[in-house]
Design a protein around this ligand. Structure first.
Ligand SMILES: [Zn+2]
Length: 186
């Protein structure tokens, strides 16, 4: 699993998915008034990615509306400081790796102990108890061990490989937008 975070192809795939999601969001127009949407990206520099600098976002072009529309993203998991794939994979690895390997990984990615503990807490409480997971967990043929989240998701999606990882990030899309703010708040 460590190697996949070095795999450029994964990041390219994720970029492509986000571009497509953004185009689709823009084509749909403003949800409030139907006006045309203009680019109004958020500057975001998540750690652990390939150096991404912004998250796609749009603004309604009509003066009296100006509402924002931020498409879901496979790169940014809510407002977390790290790229979504790092949050998912490193959290999963913590569930299965020896302490020594966790430490090396943490140092390599410059993630402090508190951040890791925070992610763990988030998966165990906020994610597992949230509306998204409660609605989705029934779709898996075999129940996923919630005490070991997100390791169970990583194995069921085959997210140790690039295609599986992209599939998993797509699955998590609904929790990456502000409409699910309560779920993502960290
Ligand atoms: Zn509008």
């Amino acid at each position: 699993m460590e190697n996949i975070l070095q795999d450029k192809r994964v990041y390219e795939l994720l970029e492509k998915v986000d571009r497509d999601l953004a185009l689709k969001a823009q084509a749909g127009g403003c949800e409030h008034c139907g006006g045309a949407l203009h680019r109004g990206d958020y500057p975001r520099k998540p750690r652990g990615g390939p150096g991404w600098e912004k998250r796609y976002s749009f603004c309604c072009s009509r003066e009296d509306c100006r509402k924002r529309k931020t498409p879901a993203s496979v790169r940014f998991l809510g407002r977390k400081v790290y790229a979504g794939v790092v949050v998912v994979l490193v959290s999963a690895m913590m569930q299965g790796l020896s302490e020594g390997r966790v430490k090396r990984l943490r140092q390599a990615l410059e993630i402090d102990r508190r951040t890791l503990a925070h992610w763990r807490e988030w998966w165990m409480r906020t994610f597992v108890r949230g509306v998204f997971w409660r609605a989705e967990r029934g779709r898996f043929r075999r129940p996923i061990v919630e005490e070991k989240m997100p390791l169970g998701l990583v194995s069921v999606f085959g997210a140790e490989q690039s295609e599986g990882l992209v599939r998993l990030m797509r699955f998590l899309l609904p929790i990456t937008t502000s409409s699910c703010k309560g779920v993502m708040a960290m």
